[in-house]
Design a protein around this ligand. Structure first.
Ligand code: CP3
Length: 342
């Protein structure tokens, strides 16, 4: 079974010889070869540079044995064309946070084929590069709630209290913002699949900040809408929510093919509760990649065993690789997945 078949079959819940493996943020600063390409180039500039983006997207396959390629971009790639002045320092920083109804109204929802053609070009180039290697290509988008969190707050935050206050004080304005971002996200993911993405992941990093009731009100219907809008496409949808242990039952029913869980979730319990209808992805704590190689092998075996009650399992971390993640740990992680089939 080649990596493409293994991955796509796992997402759809079809039988495989062993779980596939890749890592969120697998192309990043923990790799010296990434830092070399990034040297002297701004992050946004690098995302816009087709040659460089193709090169670093492919690095994790050759350098650490990852079995899937995720497009190198950021969840904020399609946002400046909406009319938002955005920079990275190192996380996203919005020059004028969106807090007034007039600002929401002024936001454009451009066709991604016109506003970010380089993303589609990168996907096409990656598919060509991967054709002979039978490695799957994953596209992605930020989910509307997480994008809105940064747009309203202006930058990253522990609590996103400005956004949460706005949910209470001016729910209609947030609703209007989420509506525009939902239309954008659907268009963007559809364009990526047309351009060659074989699966797509929706990153809702901050949705887990909400209590279950607020999540049901503000987040779940958007996930349902996006899943429905992509349902006619061949590419499976992976839904990632960080800090989402309290909403796994809600993640499981929106229509995603795979739910991507962080390490606070008991994988065995999630597999028993939801594994008949949805595949699981995850969920090692990225910091555990500092463990000795033998210990990483044990943890991977334990995850695969716990998830074996689910219809499918994609080995991954519970969140992205960190800049201090040891390259040896990442290599041990992917080797451990291959050892499951031996
Ligand atoms: O997974 C991959 O390898 C693909 C590329 C990718 C990046 N960002 C590149 C990146 C993906 C899928 C993302 C998603 C992303 N970006 C999310 C959702 C996933 C998550 O991690 O929760 C979020 C919230 C962002 C926003 C963002 N971008 C932050 C908060 C930061 C700064 C923090 C950090 O890790 O540096 C970024 C910058 C960023 N995006 C980098 C990379 C490789 C670091 C850029 C650099 O300085 O070289």
């Amino acid at each position: 079974m080649n990596p493409r078949e293994r991955f796509l079959r796992s997402c759809r819940g079809e039988s495989v010889d062993r779980p596939p493996v890749w890592l969120m943020r697998q192309a990043g600063r923990y790799l010296p070869e990434y830092r070399a390409v990034r040297q002297g180039v701004g992050f946004l500039e690098m995302c816009a540079d087709v040659e460089r983006a193709v090169e670093v997207s492919l690095q994790p396959v050759d350098l650490v044995g990852s079995e899937a390629v995720i497009l190198f971009q950021d969840i904020f790639t399609p946002i400046p064309a909406m009319g938002v002045d955005l920079d990275f320092a190192p996380g996203p920083v919005v020059a004028k946070p969106i807090r007034e109804a007039g600002q929401v109204e002024a936001l454009r929802v451009p066709d991604p084929r016109e506003s970010v053609p380089h993303v589609l070009e990168i996907l096409g180039r990656l598919r060509e590069a991967l054709a002979s290697r039978e490695v799957p290509l994953i596209g992605f988008a930020g989910a509307p709630f997480t994008l809105a969190a940064y747009l309203v707050e202006g930058h990253g935050s522990k609590s996103f209290s400005v956004l949460k206050a706005m949910l209470q004080k001016r729910p209609d304005d947030v609703e209007a913002l989420l509506e525009k971002l939902t239309v954008l996200t659907v268009d963007y993911l559809r364009a990526q699949v047309e351009a060659g993405a074989e699966a797509v992941q929706l990153f809702d990093t901050w949705a887990g900040l909400l209590d279950p009731e607020a999540y049901a009100r503000w987040v779940q219907p958007i996930h349902e809408r996006i899943a429905r809008a992509l349902a006619d496409l061949p590419a499976p949808l992976i839904l990632f929510v960080a800090n989402g242990a309290h909403v796994v039952d809600r993640m499981a029913v929106v229509g995603a093919d795979v739910i991507s869980l962080d390490w606070r979730v008991d994988l065995g319990a999630a597999a028993r509760a939801h594994g008949a209808s949805v595949s699981l992805q995850g969920n090692l704590d990225p910091c555990w990649l500092h463990a000795p190689r033998e210990r990483i092998f044990e943890m991977v075996r334990a995850m695969a065993e716990a998830a074996s009650a689910a219809r499918g399992h994609v080995l991954n971390l519970g969140h992205g690789c960190l800049p201090d993640t040891p390259v040896e740990g990442v290599r041990a992680f992917t080797d451990a997945a291959r050892a499951l089939g031996a």
